[in-house]
Design a binder for this molecule. Sequence first.
Ligand code: SF4
Ligand code: SF4
Length: 331
Amino acid sequence: MRFPMSLYASMTTYLLKKRIYKDAHFPLVLMLEPTHRCNLTCSGCGRIIEYSSTLQHEMTMEECLQSVDEAGSPVVTITGGEPLLYSHIQGLVREVLRRRKHIYFCSNGLLLEDTLSLFSPNPRFTWNIHFDGTEAVHDQIIGRKGGFKKALAGVKAAKEKGFRVSTNTTVYRETDVKDLEQLFTQLAEAGVDGILVAPGFSYEKVERDVFLNRQEITQKFNEIRKWQKRFPLISNPIYMDFLAGNRPLKCTPWGSPTRNIRGWKSPCYLITDTHYPTYRELIAKTDWEHYASGKDPRCAQCMVHCGFEPTVIREMNGKDLLRMVEWNLHA
Ligand code: SF4
Ligand code: SF4
């Protein structure tokens, strides 16, 4: 299975409740960034540029847990920066799991092997390790020779200890689809449970022209989407249809709200107009329809998973539901 059964059960119950209460704007995944401190400076990373003045700051554990409770989403993605550098990471993971949330823990993998002993395997806890290409390509993007080997060693060690492990790959303009095919073969051989693949977003603050426009995304994903049965891809098939230009989707910007050191980021994980001190204010004060309409010029080329996959989950009807169940079972 591409996702644990418990995740389906939590998500279905949650969605039913939201439908019963006719809640218009609700999160599926909380993107929690307890710190933006990182041990890398990857090209293409908007975070370390946007938050350069607060890179050494971190949220308190209480702020993190209050954010988890405020959002109430069944899934919490702990990300950053490199969240393994967060001072209270062990306690944070323990407390979020105690709230019966599912955690996707995003990491560049450099510290994974050395910190595994801080955590225990749990069906609700999944490591999500970043790989942007095979060894030479990945090391060049992250600017660290040996980074690929270290992260892959961490993935293998985590699998040996019984953890769920998925990976996350960003597709850039320079990404060679053949290289991705080799990478995914390697990751599948390492026994990963899931491979997330999505196009990068054109951060205004990243000056190099590395990001794809929609036409380029469509070309690359027409190839990538054919691999659904070969590799345990966890970018869902309806979102893949969208990436390949075969299905229109509108963004759900409130589906994956981001909380970090400056507050609740509005409107979305990618673009920042402001930060609000509370989740309630984020929901009440953001002009959601403007961003969902795609009319904001910054949204023009965006097809990122945190904006569009929540739309698939939110709008799923009978036919799509059957397709998603079949896809999840036949990993
Ligand atoms: S590892 Fe992640 S947070 Fe750190 S620089 Fe690279 S992309 Fe940015
Ligand atoms: S389309 Fe992209 S940039 Fe625009 S609101 Fe959605 S996720 Fe954010």
